[in-house]
Ligand binder design. Structure first.
Ligand code: AMP
Length: 598
């Protein structure tokens, strides 16, 4: 059925794209301006109307205070960004980008879309993945799977090579870096190892070049442009443009008129930048990427010369020094047969197609790039320590994965235990990342040595559920590692949806394509639908689908309540009353959320 389309979204730091399967092949969908790339930038125009994509990016130089870029770098953090006089969570800003892509897809397909596969860097942790899923929900999308960006890129390759192929995917985007080792054979795409850095990307190159330009300018004119927000934004933009030109030219000029003022006199910026100067600035960062590459090879137990193809993904891989360093390191030419900007979205749509039941060929076996475990009493640096990291799921384990380990209480009559969950590779938890914690209370009052089973379930999206059970009594407690979700309570979430609805009603994506008729209620015909109502109707469709999915597993009482709420929703939809739809949705959402979690 057409409504079953699962779109694939590459939600990038700098740019985002949406793709779908058409006639059995993945295609990236262009916006109204014909460009498939949507800059991941959100802003407000002087009248307070929402701008998304190019329109927002273009105003960044003039109004950095009204423009937000690189929000992906903040995903999963407990922070907000200010836009106009309001504060927004990273999820909300990302949701604006996702909704714009959703609308783009709906305009191209001619029917509503409610399900998506979204890609994340392989190195995103649970909190970052959960935040991505929430952003999808806020945008009215059920995120059916989160897949790793480099893995998505591999899905665009022929799954049936004549002989087994080993691919190395080097993915350097605006803000993140991943390197993955994949093996393709007989229709199975297997990810063998993954490594990376979630805080390294082409944006860092811009920053380094901007610093270089500002330092030179300061030495010449005694003015530090970084202290003037508008000038700084202009230099940053000019630095990014220069960086891109340096990918195809050995030397370029950076020119900005009236960039600052000194003693009432305007100052111009005019500077020549050579590619080799730029390369020296970024070389240390590129060497870091090679260290990750070595680690991935060693984890995958593969020699550099056994790699059959090197696949470049991400806009920043157009940098010639990257090609040169990789060719030196691997002793073979690198590939760029797939547009590095589009490969990830294309692969996401392949995964979406596979989930929707379209026979596309590849079967994906993905892995977790981190080791996950808990803090326990154990040996560290030759002593017993409470900071000992006890791994439960080792990195590079195929997904989904479930593992259980046994731990024991240390004290007699110990009635509780703290379960602190970490990810990382260090035997000392203080060097790893705490991804969640919870307490098991009410343990039996018995001598030390009471056994606690700790079970880790890591799903296909890389999201972890941890259960601790007292072996003797069966007393169990579990937590889904969603530190970001916990902070983002349900109540806040429906407020956020309302806020977003209001904002999106003014959205302009350099001419955002309008939604087709939503296909629900009586307004689905010729009448233009009020944007607020349209969004409420879309949300109603998504929620109805979710409710219907949990209905079969609900007990009789819950099922009855759910049906009653669905009836209320239908009444509100038929009445075309946005307020009533939203009120019913809020109730319904709480119940569905509870049932999904049960
Ligand atoms: P992505 O997140 O994959 O869209 O990659 C965006 C990053 O690629 C940004 O840092 C861009 O500045 C960078 N980029 C795009 N085109 C080029 C180019 N021709 N040369 C170097 N970097 C580029």
């Amino acid at each position: 059925m057409a409504e079953e389309t699962i779109i694939g979204i590459d939600l990038g730091t700098t740019n985002s794209e949406v793709a779908v399967i058409r006639d059995g092949r993945p295609v990236v969908l262009p916006g109204e301006d014909g460009d498939p790339i949507l800059p991941s930038v959100v802003g407000l125009d002087p009248q307070g109307n929402l701008l998304v994509g190019k329109a927002a990016r273009n105003q960044y130089v003039l109004a950095p205070e009204r423009t937000i870029r690189s929000i992906k770098r903040k995903m999963g953090q407990e922070t907000t960004v200010t836009l106009g006089d309001q504060k927004y969570t990273p999820q909300e800003i990302s949701a604006i980008i996702l909704r714009t892509l959703k609308r783009r897809a709906e305009a191209a397909l001619g029917h509503p879309v409610s399900r998506a596969v979204i890609t994340v860097p392989a190195f995103f942790n649970d909190g970052q993945r959960q935040a991505t899923r929430q952003a999808g929900e806020l945008a009215g999308l059920e995120v059916v799977r989160i897949i790793n960006e480099p893995t998505a890129a591999v899905l665009t390759y022929d799954p049936h090579p004549t002989e087994m192929e080993r691919l190395l995917v080097y993915d350097l985007g605006g803000g993140t870096f991943d390197v993955s080792l994949a093996q393709i054979e007989n229709g199975v795409v297997e990810i063998r190892a993954s490594h990376g850095d979630t805080q390294l990307g082409g944006d860092d190159f811009d920053q380094l070049l901007m610093d270089h330009i500002c330092n030179e300018f300061r030495d010449e004119h005694g003015v530090d442009l970084r202290t003037l927000p508008a000038s700084k934004a202009r230099v940053l933009r000019a630095a990014e443009d220069a960086k891109k030109r340096l990918s195809s030219e050995p030397v370029t000029w950076v020119e900005e008129e009236f960039i600052a003022e000194k003693d009432g006199r305007p100052l111009n910026l005019k500077m020549e930048v050579h590619r080799h100067e730029f390369e020296e600035l970024i070389r240390p960062l590129l060497l870091k990427t090679l260290t990750c590459l070595d680690q991935a090879l060693s984890d995958g137990k593969v020699q550099a010369q056994q790699i059959d193809k090197v696949v470049l993904v991400g806009g920043a891989t157009r940098t010639p020094l990257i090609h040169q360093l990789l060719e030196e390191r691997l002793g073979r030419p690198v590939h760029s047969e797939i547009e590095p900007d589009l490969a990830v979205a294309l692969g996401a749509s392949v995964q979406g197609g596979l989930i929707a039941g379209i026979d596309l060929g590849p079967i994906l076996v993905d892995i977790t790039p981190h080791t996950l475990g808990i803090e326990a009493l154990g040996e560290l640096y030759g002593f017993m320590s409470h900071n000992h990291f006890s791994p439960i799921i080792e990195r590079n384990t195929p997904l989904p994965a479930s593992r259980t380990e046994i731990y024991s209480t240390v004290h007699d009559n110990q009635d509780g235990a703290d379960i602190r969950i970490f990810q990382g590779e260090n035997p000392d938890t203080r060097y790893n990342t705490l991804v969640g914690e919870f307490k098991v209370e009410g343990l039996a009052e018995v001598p030390a040595g009471n056994q606690i089973l700790v079970r880790f379930d890591l799903d296909l999206s890389g999201i972890l559920k941890v259960t601790a059970t007292e072996r003797a009594t069966g007393l169990a407690k579990h937590v889904v590692i969603d530190s970001a979700t916990e902070r983002f309570r349900k109540r806040q979430r429906s407020d956020a949806v309302d806020r977003l609805d209001a904002m999106m009603s003014t959205a302009a994506e350099a001419g955002a394509p309008a939604l087709p008729a939503p296909g629900v209620g009586e307004a689905a015909g010729a009448e233009p639908v009020d944007p607020e109502l349209r969004t409420a109707l879309e949300a109603a469709e998504v929620m109805r689908a979710k409710a219907e999915r949990v209905l079969p597993s609900a007990n009789a009482e819950d099922a009855e309540e759910l049906r009653a709420m669905l009836d209320d929703l239908s009444t509100a939809v038929n009445a075309q009353a946005a307020d009533r739809i939203r009120a019913t949705l809020r109730e319904l959402e709480d119940l569905v959320f509870y049932l999904e979690d049960a």
